[in-house]
Design a protein around this ligand. Structure first.
Ligand code: C6P
Length: 414
């Protein structure tokens, strides 16, 4: 270690609770997992909660009167309550379980497209969006003839709020943006963006896929109308995500998918739909995954989101300091103090896939490519980047391993 960084040693012991961190990825080469922005690893508590469900309870929910069905329903609804508390929602019924952030945003595009939005309406997004918060709106724009405009990003990876002010003068109906960029790491001033949107009468959607796992998020404090995020990026299982929405807005939206559980009465030619949240949860849901998600939230809450955010702040500061010392390495995005635990970079003359391949030889998992944010990479005139991303189980040693391996990459490619 070469800076005056003071590590939080209590985070070292957390690694013990993540079984996968003990494995070797090549003979004699331990795993250094720096790809948590893609998906996080799972603590033993989450794995055991899901295992316990399948060994002891497995049943469909909201349908049976037998003991197993009642237990499964109770645990599923308890997970919803945990999510609601975690994000400061008013009521559990404001939490809709979906498959992931992508499905949550598609749900909104589909239902807002059938209620709020009309041909010619303006939807404001940003240039730093993940494809999941671009393509659903592009698809809807094709059908409804909407106008899409974008808050610009500055050369150092911040939102250009002057360009936002200009767009607000055109009275957008909807403003949808990421709270934290999965490439730049930038933490956007969500409260300010939402406040301005509200003053101009626009509905707001926050893509919380990268923020909810890493920083304390309170939807009431933010003042947002809707927020989307995924369990798998916050220590929970794959296959379950959340759409949170203000009750009165969710009430106004039409249902999304049709089928079991989302109905009240069905006739041969018509139906009436169920109350929130069931109106948006058609078909048998991911019950074990909801229970695992609940266990993940217990884990994050007991660790403390404030502490996790500070730990990641320390890691990213150290990482950026060290990365900057490598010749020909260019970091995308703002100063460490303005971002979460994500560092994407390019190396002069070396393709990100070659970088990632050599790092993999040293047991290091990073992501290389466009990270599902092609327009963002276009903005910086680069086809791809290499991304290292951190979570509560990462340590200064992980970063030292990364830096050593990157120096090897530079040496190999001369
Ligand atoms: N980003 C990454 O490696 P899903 O795939 O639906 O769980 O999450 C989509 C999504 C939406 N918004 C943001 C800001 C995201 O980062 C992601 C997922 C991963 O960056 C996988 S592409």
């Amino acid at each position: 270690m070469t800076t005056d960084f003071k590590p939080d040693y209590s985070f070292e012991s957390i690694r013990e609770e993540f079984p996968i961190l003990k494995r070797e990825v090549h003979p004699g080469v331990p795993l250094t997992y720096l790809d948590s922005a893609a998906t996080s690893q799972k603590p033993i508590h989450v794995i055991e909660a899901m295992d316990h469900y399948y060994r002891n309870t497995n049943a469909n929910i909201h349908r049976g009167v037998h003991m197993l069905a009642e237990e499964a329903t109770f645990s599923y609804e308890q997970a919803r309550e945990k999510v609601a508390r975690f994000i400061g929602a008013n009521k559990p019924k404001e939490v809709i379980f979906t498959r992931n952030t992508t499905e949550s945003i598609n749900l909104l595009a589909y239902t807002l497209g059938r209620s709020l939005l009309k041909p010619g309406d303006l939807v404001v997004l940003t240039e730093m969006e993940h494809h999941s918060n671009l393509v659903p709106w592009q698809m809807l724009a094709q059908v409804l003839n909407l106008r899409l405009e974008f808050i610009r990003i500055t050369d150092d990876g911040m939102l250009d709020l002057d360009s936002y002010d200009q767009l607000l003068k055109q009275n957008p109906k909807l403003v949808s943006f990421t709270q934290m960029s999965n490439v730049l790491g930038t933490i956007n001033p969500a409260q300010e963006i939402i406040k301005k949107a509200k003053e101009n009468g626009a509905v707001t959607i926050v893509d919380g896929a990268q923020s909810v796992p890493h920083i304390p998020v309170n939807v009431k404090q933010l003042g947002a109308d809707f927020m989307a995020f995924s369990a798998h990026k916050m220590l929970g299982p794959l296959g379950i995500g959340v759409l949170w929405g203000r009750e009165e807005l969710l009430e106004e939206l039409p249902p999304f998918l049709g089928g079991g559980d989302m109905i009240k009465k069905v006739y041969l030619r018509s139906f009436t739909y169920n109350d929130l949240p069931h109106k948006f949860e058609a078909g048998t849901p991911a019950v074990a995954e909801a229970i695992g998600f609940g266990a993940a939230i217990d884990y994050l809450s007991s660790t403390g989101m404030d502490r996790i955010a500070i730990h990641e702040q320390n890691l990213i500061k150290y990482a950026i300091d060290e990365l900057q010392k490598i010749d020909g390495l260019h970091i995308l995005g703002p100063d460490a103090s303005l971002r979460g635990g994500v560092a994407s970079f390019t190396l002069d003359g070396i393709h990100p896939h070659d970088v990632a391949q050599i790092l993999d030889g040293d047991g290091i998992a990073v992501r290389a490519g466009h990270h599902c944010a092609m327009p963002l990479h276009d903005r910086y005139n680069i086809p791809a980047s290499t991304r290292a991303s951190f979570y509560l189980y990462n340590t200064i040693n992980d970063i030292d391993v990364l830096i050593k391996s990157l120096k090897r990459v530079v040496k190999i490619f001369g």
